[in-house]
Write a protein that binds this ligand. Structure first.
Ligand SMILES: NC(=O)C1=CN([C@@H]2O[C@H](COP(=O)(O)OP(=O)(O)OC[C@H]3O[C@@H](n4cnc5c(N)ncnc54)[C@H](OP(=O)(O)O)[C@@H]3O)[C@@H](O)[C@H]2O)C=CC1
Ligand SMILES: O=C(O)[C@@H]1CCC=N1
Length: 273
């Protein structure tokens, strides 16, 4: 178990909470975790829910072997101001922030600080995260191996060069949102066809679970799986024709490109003068 390292989660919003919850489900003890939060009410609520201690950033920096940064990229500067004087250079820093390069942390934290960049996603809440990890310039193989093991408690992990993290963020970081959006639209289609909302939701959600399981377990290409649903002269091809007519494939390509561009932009906002 993670070599029993203590973990401090800085910023327990949606993704910070998902990590705490996922690690607890994955076998971590609440005694090996702390978190920081700006609002005391939110901190108290999380402590009640998970039994994990809320502390200030200085205490987290002094106590934890590993600090996981989970604030919005827009909030990083004040956090680094607080962290820089408090952190020891032996602490491993793991950043979950979209767009922010490891070099930003290395520049602002004590010389030689080991930083690993991770892009997870919210299915971490159910142990089904997809996380991509990249080492900063001072991260040694043991640091990367530790983070790989840590994130494997909450899902699957892949190693990528940091230069690919903006693309990863656009694909799997934001990816669950695209599926939720599709499901939402498909349930609406059920309503359009006169089905009760609860029935439409059950039909679509189970179809999504079934399709995802086939993709994950069959090893078949998505085209093969789609062709198996598409009977000659049947219903599916009538729907596919409309999807093509409305440029859904092109829309997805443009959407994911836009997400990648936004990730790059979030990183640029924190470049040195
Ligand atoms: N949501 C997602 O699917 C994913 C998010 N990420 C990354 O995770 C990070 C967090 O995103 P998300 O959880 O969605 O955002 P949230 O706004 O939900 O979470 C950020 C939390 O950090 C708190 N916070 C801000 N500054 C500080 C500080 N100095 N000390 C302590 N707490 C602080 C915020 O408090 P307050 O409410 O006061 O602002 C908030 O609760 C981002 O960098 C994002 O790019 C990565 C992968 C997926
Ligand atoms: O939307 C965002 O910026 C974050 C990063 C990836 C998913 N959510």
């Amino acid at each position: 178990m993670g070599a029993m390292k203590t973990i401090g989660v800085l910023g327990a919003g949606k993704i910070g909470e998902a990590l705490l919850s996922g690690l607890l489900h994955g076998g971590y003890s609440p005694d090996d975790l702390v978190f920081t939060e700006r609002y005391p009410e939110r901190a108290a609520e999380l402590t009640k829910r998970y039994g994990v201690r809320a502390v200030d950033v200085r205490t987290a920096a002094e106590w934890a072997d590993v600090l996981v940064v989970a604030v919005k990229p827009q909030d990083i500067e004040p956090l680094l101001d607080e962290l820089a004087p408090a952190i020891s250079h032996h602490t491993l820093v793991v950043t979950l922030c979209a767009g922010l390069p490891t070099a930003l942390f290395e520049r602002r934290l004590p010389e030689g600080t080991s930083v690993v960049r991770v892009m997870p996603n919210t299915p971490m809440l159910v142990g089904q995260a997809m996380s991509a990890i990249s080492p900063g310039q001072h991260a040694v193989p043991a640091d990367l191996a530790f983070v790989e093991e840590l994130m494997s408690h909450v899902g699957k992990v892949v190693r990528v060069p940091e230069s690919q993290q903006d693309a990863v963020t656009a694909l799997s970081g934001s990816g669950p949102a695209y599926f939720f959006y599709l499901v939402e639209a498909m349930i609406d289609a059920g309503i359009l066809l006169g089905l009760p909302r609860a029935v439409a939701a059950q039909l679509i959600i189970q179809s999504a679970v079934g399709a995802a399981t086939m993709l994950a377990e069959s090893g078949e290409h998505p085209v093969t799986l789609r062709e198996a649903v598409t009977s000659p002269g049947g219903t599916t091809i009538s729907a596919i024709k409309e999807l093509e007519k409305h440029g859904v494939r092109a829309a997805l390509l443009s959407a994911i490109e836009a997400a990648r561009d936004r990730s790059v932009e979030l990183g640029r906002a924190h470049q040195p003068e």
